[in-house]
Design a protein around this ligand. Structure first.
Ligand code: 3EB
Length: 327
């Protein structure tokens, strides 16, 4: 899956064999717009936009994700953007749909949607992520049960690890889950953090089914460039949340980010697109200072968002996409 402009081939070379329902209108840019009132997918002339009800604290209003040719999925709920190396897909849960059912349904549908592809990266947005689902279980944990069930039904219970994409899971406003994925014909390398327990092996104290994601993935683009997806990264060592205040959590989060960048072999000169999620908007100034000290060259493009994070005690989470062009 490529993020480079030159990666998009002329329309005629795109394989539509898997799905002939290509929507006319040519190539579209896929973007995510934060600060929206409710989740929605808009398909316009040259753009497909996913609107997310997540307050923006600083940084650009729209985040560019990729480009390709719009197509409807087998399941019409899925909006696909196909390009030479694979596709992006996006879908919304039903209004008010419980998180376990929504995750199970959407992940089962997305895995059916992309035969021949490997999942590279999934972004999950979950309404009221830290609230109880009414049966005494946190919505995020219920979401994990649904996601894990869909993965094990598809890949079998013992062979999950190599198929898990990089991911993040953040809270949004409103009452509909939203997911966005990047998938490609190449299998990604996937990475775990050497100082963290793999999420899919978390002990049961974090929920009856573990979170199904890898800490990071990396893929070669069809043109010979490379890109890396760093999952949502927080102040966790082993499987425990560390740091009782913002500054300590920020320090440990950046430590994990640096560790993962090195572990995945991201070169220093790679271009970076960062997103930083803050539970409390009041932490913005301290967060921007710490982040800018670490990566001054990325100050202007970093997106800071107000969001609930999948563990109620986490105050900050950072995710990144890094790329180098061919050659
Ligand atoms: C963690 O490391 C923090 O459930 O998809 C980070 C990235 C987290 C992805 C997910 C959750 C997810 O456990 C939370």
């Amino acid at each position: 899956m490529s993020l480079f402009p030159e990666a998009c081939p002329p329309e005629s070379t795109l394989s539509t064999a898997l799905n002939p329902a290509v929507i006319p209108g040519g190539r579209q840019e896929l973007q995510v717009r934060t600060g929206a009132e409710k989740p929605a997918i808009h398909s316009g002339e040259g753009t497909v936009t996913l609107d997310l009800p997540m307050p923006r604290l600083a940084g650009p209003e729209t985040e560019w994700v990729g480009r390709g040719i719009s197509a409807s999925g087998e399941n019409p709920e899925f909006h696909l953007i196909r390009q030479s190396g694979g596709c992006y897909g996006l879908a919304l849960g039903h209004p008010g749909e419980p998180p376990q059912a929504a995750a199970h349904r959407l992940y089962a549908a997305l895995l059916r949607e992309i035969p021949g592809h490997h999942l590279h990266r999934v972004w999950n947005w979950i309404p009221r992520i830290n609230d109880s689902n009414g049966e005494g279980e946190e919505n995020y944990r219920a979401f994990n049960a649904g996601r894990h069930a869909a993965f094990t039904e598809h890949f079998g219970p013992d062979a999950l690890r190599p198929h898990l994409p990089a991911a993040s899971a953040l809270g949004i406003e409103g009452d509909r889950m939203a997911i966005l994925f990047a998938a490609g014909f190449t299998a990604p390398d996937n990475f775990e953090n050497p100082e963290q327990v793999p999420a899919c092996e978390y002990p049961a104290q974090y929920g009856r089914r573990p979170p199904a994601f890898a800490r990071g993935t990396s893929v070669t683009t069809p043109e010979g460039g490379r890109e890396w997806f760093l999952s949502g990264t927080a102040s966790i060592k082993g499987h425990r949340t560390l740091g009782g205040n913002f500054d300590d959590q920020m320090r440990l989060t950046l430590d994990n980010v640096r560790l993962m960048r090195a572990h995945m072999g991201v070169p220093d000169h790679a271009s970076a697109r960062w997103k930083v999620f803050l539970r409390h908007a009041d932490d913005l100034a301290a967060c921007q200072k710490a982040f800018t000290d670490a990566w001054p060259q990325d100050t202007a493009t970093t997106l800071y968002l107000r969001a609930d994070i999948c563990r109620a005690c986490l105050l900050v989470e950072v995710e990144g996409t890094f790329s180098i062009p061919p050659g």
